[in-house]
Design a protein around this ligand. Structure first.
Ligand SMILES: Nc1ncnc2c1ncn2[C@@H]1O[C@H](COP(=O)(O)OP(=O)(O)OP(=O)(O)O)[C@@H](O)[C@H]1O
Length: 519
């Protein structure tokens, strides 16, 4: 296509972005307010408002800014982003992040911030929308060097991808500026007199990426001006090789992972393969989960220390941002916070409150009296606004709106006037008699029978009335907690319906593991 009215110096940029977004009519721009995403914001709005002949059909743009609250200037940046979007007629969402204090180590913060950011960005995508980030060529070179420093193989060295697909092979993220250098973007920004923010932490060479950008790469660019383009070529070759491997192993991979549960892998069939092929399969699996590639050594440890550990051991190996565990001939990838257990936690649940907040990210329990028979209990009730309105503190209402996945619901008898209600985690030493089972058993045995992996056992809320276990929420109800419907309309006691509400990611992990109870 001949573009006549675009200034020549910007032609390539406009053309490339137009080409990338062609076919998408709803764009969500990940906007930090820095140079790169400001350039992308300006190009997108210029295309939308002035050069829409370059794109196949009209498109809308909205932007999202993640306020990490690490820098003292975080508020000013959000205001800057708001103003820049406002003048360009682009609606902006600002999402605040609070970091868990336990993970607040400096070296970790970059990685943690990135993981949280991508999680939020993908969760904010509306149907039919495509996410755009403004990564560029220099980011690619830096990533290549960082992968080299970690001792990564071809997958890690293949660097930042131009596009990221969903599990169903649909495109969900595009990086249209990946072929342009920071220098080229800066020229564009200066020509158009754009204003952007400089993150103060960008100058801190304690961070590996900054160290490379400030101290090392300028030397290389000075000697070999096209160095970053050459690095991209190597990255591309690594990517090709990796894709070929993926193609060759895709059928084998299907035999060890279930398309409904990518977070676990059956390792038994891997015994028949060479160590080389095993490693390749494990790495491919981790890459599907978007996990930063572990080193050669760490991949071997997954096999030697997790798969091959003693039958009764409970192995756990930390990878960069997750942990790898084993349970019943399967490997599991779990979020890092699954390391912590709540064994000593006891929460008193005052009967006048119908909600109770659980520790960390376990969500909350919600109780409401219900007059239903056991037979009509099959369908899980949704958390509708009438239930939300019944909750007293506003803060909990907000919590529920954001974390609105109900893991499971159980129906138990209400406590009597002299019974204290509490929630405990972990174990109890008493014999437990559960509904529909003849014999009493220890809790450990029951967890095993229900296939509850060890890491979930200390995270399932145990409902107690005084010292009596009533229910492991979502897993079982004890005989002491059984609700008897008298079916006598005059004398109808209300049951307690207890829902466990979780955020989306934790919900998925629990749901996979206790699906037997839910189905
Ligand atoms: N706070 C933020 N809010 C929204 N988008 C952001 C934010 N920070 C970065 N981005 C998006 O991510 C792109 C890459 O930014 P940057 O290179 O600083 O991130 P990074 O942490 O190194 O991430 P990556 O590992 O993906 O390269 C930016 O161009 C922008 O599109």
């Amino acid at each position: 296509m001949i573009i006549t009215n675009i200034p020549e110096k910007n032609r390539d940029l406009y053309h490339r972005v137009a080409q990338s977004i062609s076919g998408y009519n709803k764009i969500l721009l990940s906007y930090s307010g820095g140079l790169d995403s400001t350039v992308l914001l300006d190009i997108l709005t210029t295309l939308r408002d002035h050069f829409n002949n370059l794109v196949s059909y009209p498109f809308s743009i909205r932007a999202i800014h993640i306020q990490h609250n690490i820098s003292k200037y975080a508020n000013d940046w959000a205001i800057h982003c708001f103003k820049q979007c406002n003048v360009r007629n682009v609606p902006l969402s600002v999402v605040h992040i609070k970091y868990p204090t336990t993970d607040n180590k400096k070296s970790n913060i970059e990685c943690l911030a990135r993981n949280i950011r991508y999680n939020i960005l993908f969760n904010h995508l509306n149907s039919g929308e495509i996410l755009l980030t403004a990564h560029h060529l220099d980011d690619q070179t830096e990533s290549f060097f960082l992968a080299l420093k970690r001792g990564s193989g071809p997958l890690g060295l293949s660097g930042i991808k131009q596009t990221i697909l969903t599990n169903k092979n649909k495109c969900k993220l595009l990086r249209p500026l990946l072929d342009f250098s920071r220098k080229e973007l800066k020229i564009y920004a200066n020509n158009k007199k754009l204003t952007w923010i400089e993150d103060d932490s960008n100058f801190n060479t304690k961070f590996d990426r900054n160290f490379l950008r400030i101290k090392i790469l300028p030397l290389l660019y000075n000697r070999w001006p096209h160095f970053n383009k050459v690095v991209t070529r190597s990255a591309k070759l690594c990517e090709d090789q990796e894709n070929l491997l993926k193609e060759l192993l895709s059928n084998t991979l299907k035999t060890v992972i279930n398309s409904k549960d990518y977070y676990s892998l059956s390792f038994k069939p891997l015994f028949q393969y060479s160590a080389l092929k095993r490693r390749a399969i494990i790495r491919l699996w981790l890459s599907m989960l978007d996990i930063k590639m572990p080193s050669y050594q760490l991949t071997n440890r997954i096999w030697n220390e997790v798969v091959l550990s003693k039958q009764d051991a409970q192995p756990s190996l930390q990878l960069s941002n997750c942990i790898c565990r084993r349970f019943k001939e399967k490997l599991y990838i779990l979020p890092i916070n699954m390391k912590y257990s709540f064994k000593t936690t006891k929460l008193d649940w005052n009967k006048i409150h119908n909600t109770i907040l659980l520790p960390t990210n376990l969500g909350l329990l919600l109780r409401y009296p219900l007059n239903i028979t056991l037979h009509t209990q099959k369908k899980l009730p949704c958390l509708n606004s009438s239930i939300i309105k019944k909750l007293q503190p506003n803060i909990l209402c907000n919590y529920i709106k954001n974390f609105n996945k109900i893991l499971t619901v159980c129906t138990v008898r209400p406590p009597s006037a002299h019974e204290q209600v509490s929630i405990l985690f972990g174990h109890t030493n008493n014999t437990i008699y559960i509904v529909n089972k003849r014999h009493g058993k220890y809790l450990k045995k029951i967890w095993q029978e229900f296939n509850i992996p060890p890491w979930l056992r200390s995270r399932i809320p145990l409902l107690f009335y005084n010292n009596t276990l009533i229910s492991a929420i979502g897993v079982f109800i004890t005989k002491h907690g059984r609700y008897y419907n008298t079916n006598n309309k005059k004398n109808n006691t209300l049951s307690w319906q207890i829902s466990w509400v979780q955020d989306t990611s934790t919900y998925k992990i629990f749901k996979q593991s206790i699906k037997i109870q839910l189905e």
